[in-house]
Design a protein. Sequence first.
Length: 391
Amino acid sequence: MDNYNEKLDLKDIISKTLSSIESSKEAVFNIVDHVKSELDEIKIKLNNVKRETSIAISEVDDYRKKDQMARQRLAKVSKDLKSYGEADIKKAYEIASLIRLTYQEKKFNEKLLIEKRTELERNLISLRKVLENGETLINKINVAFDYLSQNSLEKLIDGEMSKEDRINIAIKMLEAREQEKKRISREIHDGPAQSIASIVFQAEICSNVMKKDMNKGLEEIENLKSTVRETLNEVRAIIYDLRPMSIDDIGLLPTIRKMIEIFERKEGIHVEFQSNNIVNELDKFIELTLFRIIQEILNNVKKHSKAKQVKVKLEFGTVYLKLQVKDDGIGFNIEKTLKRVKNESTNYGLIGVINRVKEIMGEINIESSRNNGTYYDIKMPINKGVILSEL
């Protein structure tokens, strides 16, 4: 009996570990997708800044020549009092002063653009490294997930797990934990940390600009405020990705409704949500898995479907829950898409949904065709007891 209970405990540990690894994998997928979008945006910004910098450098060269000529003219007029009167000297001085002021403004603008170009180039290099590391990490997580979900779990059920297997599992768990710590550290370093450094830099610019031009200084302050808001949103997103706090605070269904409301407002896609009341309490990891599945499906709708309406229906039973999602988008060829995903490691979201369902012994059916939208039909257990009974 003790041996049987020990197996159940180990099954529970592996089941929770698989859920944690899959959650981490999905987080990496989202980061990789986000980094790719950021890379595209930075490339566009960098090209624009390079073009502006080139123009600014030409203008500075032009005004440097004008400034030299104006100063030479002023010196000539000031020395030749016989040929030039007081009015001529005053006019030459005013012209020289105006050109010198414009020249200094052009030089300051050139400096700002060069600094901005350098910052964008650094960010571009950093994001490319993050993308490379993210894709490498995905492969490593897949190896660990496959090992635990297939080889080790089968050995555990059959009672064939050796001491070496147990040690290997412990090592892989520690490695997965360390990789997750590195991921969070890297995301903070490449996101909010970089933004905070940029805030300090912008604050210095504001101080310098306001000494010369109050209006331009106020414009820079507005830019600074915008950067602060973006940084705050990045921090909140990192915290939210670790675990949606509102699930603990207000419950699963209100959190799903809140997420859908934000999605509708941000993406302009109408979502019709239907649900009965929760019959039996769901395990926490089931709640999080369900939330992430709905979130990822809606993310796929946003990115790929071109849908205008989505229907999300939840039915809670005593043992299982059922999730149905239908959109009116352009649809896709499921077989070809899955094949391309495996060959090219693209569309992590679709694989993420499928893997999330399968790792908790759920069932998923996806129907889609061109111009007929996409339909997800998902069945999930409500707690670990149901999962273990399926093993």
